[in-house]
Design a protein around this ligand. Structure first.
Ligand SMILES: [Zn+2]
Length: 111
């Protein structure tokens, strides 16, 4: 656990420090990436239309990224059309880059 000030993350909802990786939720809020406590994210989700309903970190998003990547690769190789190939490729790249970005900027701070 690092104690460097740069690595302290404050919850967007309650303003307190997020101390463990298990308690961290990364999600889009007003179209920017924000961090929340697990519990605050659950509370915030109920009464905020600007909060995306899918956390971008954790096991669910890793599984979603893998499924989407595999699907995109299948579309890329088996679609007879040109545009679905390009679009699926772009979506897969964006999802992968987003995952790497979140891991690097948020999740890796707890390792
Ligand atoms: Zn909080």
């Amino acid at each position: 656990m690092q104690t460097n000030n740069k690595n302290i993350m404050l919850c967007e909802h309650c303003g307190r420090i997020i101390e463990t990786k298990e308690d961290l939720v990364v999600a889009f809020y007003f179209f920017t990436l924000s961090v929340f406590h697990n519990e605050c994210y659950g509370k915030g989700l109920k009464n905020n239309v600007f909060l995306s309903s899918l956390p971008l970190n954790g096991n669910i998003s890793i599984i979603a990224t893998i499924i989407l990547s595999v699907f995109s690769i299948l579309v890329f190789f088996f679609s007879p059309e040109y545009y679905p190939k390009v679009i699926s490729g772009i979506i897969a790249i964006i999802c992968l880059l987003l995952r790497i970005y979140i891991w690097f900027n948020y999740e890796s701070k707890f390792d």
